[in-house]
Design a protein around this ligand. Structure first.
Ligand code: PLP
Length: 547
């Protein structure tokens, strides 16, 4: 084996570049051969036989040729969802071309964000994107700071580390005291439950119930925080959700900050509980902080504009948070992982910074000006370069346009459903966002009973069962149109017991730039047809049973 065949030329020599480019071209052609805009997935089987895969999991004695490799890669991606117009299953983006160029840049120079000596490019991109985003979010770009981390999950964990040190200084040395608590809404992402796992424990996360629009109930937040403090507890973190994962509920972060400040005075706390804004899903809508709603330069229709304004009304207070996390790899259309964690005061990072004597491998060597010893990761991928390329190319206007289109299409989707069926209803109808969760019913009375909280536990379960059957039918056809589904879109109190019952539903996440009105017409026809198919199946089964 000629090892040099496996590397780019270090002089940037032409023939070698042509070879590399032709391999990239062949790879893209092979993937494109599997593409079909009328399908949610690449061609080929969606299922995998994992037992067989383990059986074949053996490294070849002699490495394979590039031709074989390309064939292997083509086989690998068969059946994989790809963000065309019918991929509406989740906030799973279609990587944009600028984001791919950024990603590739970072891979080619193999940047590592940990230290500017190993990658000045990564350091520059990270500092630049942090300043860019500070200006969008309403942070002071000179006082704030940010870094790219392992997803929204990483942002939540990062905020918790800081919160704990603020509330119980020295915890990183002594361990976490057993009177610390976190508060977030029952609609929050499960990230916080994972973040507390190795330290505080999940039972210290107090979940606050939600209002009708899915946002955190602030009376209850006040009561429960107050109770914890009165009982001698200390509050390490309050997490506001700025766009919940499925229902796009946005917490009243201004109200939350007021409660925190009020309690600091009331209980004369010697610390201020850390407030984190989980903007993994919704944070990018901060681009509308810079939109002229009055003159509407992008010409959004009235309903879309109202939807955007409703999001903006809560979201523009996001700068009140001490830290913010945002996923570009969701609504920002980049490859994974591309998530920023920002702190309002860069000095907060000192609370979790490792002492230089603990990191002799790099920081203490005494050169370089940018060394991120405050991150949980050691080496970090430079997805800041991906974000930079994307932000430069989309610009503020491009992102406003894209994010606005999600809302426009979601509104159109809900309108079409309403026109086409009276038995298919959005659950999160009070929220605008890129996602609609919808439920099917046997009849309209059932729906009314459920929304008015008059359904019995048995009735709620019966509708849940119908919806499970419904999304199971959709799942079988996912190569065509791919929906998501959830077991917990909201909670309902049963009228006959005090039980709080999670209600399920099907999700339509419209974030492909290719999902247009024409596609929505097809998608909604398909939803209605599938519903009729289900009803026919159920009545056939019932007839069978009677026989
Ligand atoms: C997706 C999501 C997360 C987790 O983000 P990852 O990037 O998947 O780690 C956290 N919070 C919210 C609100 C999310 O939607």
């Amino acid at each position: 084996m000629d090892l040099f065949k496996l590397y780019p030329d270090t002089n940037g020599e032409d023939t070698k570049r042509q070879e590399f480019l032709s391999l990239i071209e062949s790879l893209i052609i092979k993937i494109d051969d599997l593409r079909d805009g009328e399908s949610a997935t690449l061609a080929g089987s969606l299922d995998r036989d994992y037992k067989k895969i383990i059986e074949n999991g053996v490294i070849p004695e002699q490495g394979v040729s590039y031709d074989t490799l390309l064939d292997e890669l083509q086989n690998l991606v068969q059946g994989n969802p790809i963000g065309g117009k019918f991929a509406v299953f989740n906030a799973h983006p279609l990587s944009s071309i600028p984001s791919l160029l950024g990603h590739l840049t970072s891979a080619i120079i193999n940047s590592n964000s940990i230290w500017d000596i190993v990658s000045p490019a990564a350091a520059e991109a990270e500092i630049k994107v942090s300043a860019m985003m500070a200006r969008v979010l309403g942070y002071d770009p000179y006082k704030s700071n940010g870094y790219f981390t392992y997803g929204g999950q990483g942002g939540t964990a990062a905020s918790l580390r800081i919160g704990i040190e603020k509330t119980a200084p020295g915890s990183r040395y002594e361990g976490i005291p057993n009177n610390l608590y976190c508060f977030t809404s029952s609609n929050a992402h499960f990230s916080l439950h994972k973040a507390v796992e190795t330290g505080m424990g999940m039972n210290r996360v107090i979940l606050i119930s939600t209002n009708e629009d899915g946002s955190m109930n602030l009376n209850e937040l006040y009561e429960k925080m107050s109770q914890a403090l009165a009982d001698g507890g200390r509050i390490a973190l309050v997490q506001a959700t700025m766009g919940s994962t499925d229902t796009f509920a946005i917490d009243d972060i201004k109200g939350i900050k007021e409660i925190i400040d009020h309690l600091v005075t009331e209980y004369q706390l010697d610390y201020v509980p850390h407030l984190h804004a989980d903007g993994a899903m919704g944070g990018l809508y901060s681009f509308f902080n810079l939109y002229d709603f009055e003159n509407n330069p992008l010409g959004f229709d009235l309903k879309t504009l109202q939807g955007l304004y409703q999001i903006h009304a809560d979201l523009h207070y996001i700068h009140l948070a001490d830290s913010i996390s945002i996923d570009f790899h969701k609504l920002g259309q980049t490859p994974y992982n591309c998530s920023i964690f920002m702190v309002k005061n860069s000095t907060d990072l000192n609370l979790v910074n490792l002492a230089m004597e603990h990191c002799p491998y790099i920081g203490e060597m005494g050169y370089g000006e940018y060394f991120t010893s405050y991150t949980i990761e050691c080496s970090r991928m430079a997805s800041s370069i991906t974000a930079l390329a994307t932000l430069l190319t989309f610009g503020i206007e491009g992102y406003q346009k894209l994010l606005g289109q999600y809302i426009q299409m979601t509104i159109a989707f809900r309108d079409l459903l309403k026109q086409k069926s009276s038995l298919i209803k959005p659950v999160n109808r009070k929220n605008y966002g890129p996602c609609t969760i919808f439920r099917v019913y046997y009849n309209e009375t059932e729906y009314v009973t459920e929304t008015k909280n008059r359904a019995t536990a048995q009735q709620l379960q019966k509708i849940n069962e119908l919806n499970t059957q419904f999304y199971n039918l959709l799942r079988m056809n996912r190569h065509y149109i791919m929906f998501g589904d959830t077991k917990k879109s909201d909670y309902k109190f049963a009228s006959d017991t005090d039980e709080k019952i999670a209600i399920n539903g099907t999700k339509a996440f419209i974030i492909s730039p290719y999902t247009d009105l024409e596609a929505l017409d097809i998608i909604t026809d398909y939803v209605v047809d599938t519903y009729h198919q289900l009803v026919a199946l159920i009545s056939d089964n019932a007839k069978e049973e009677l026989k």
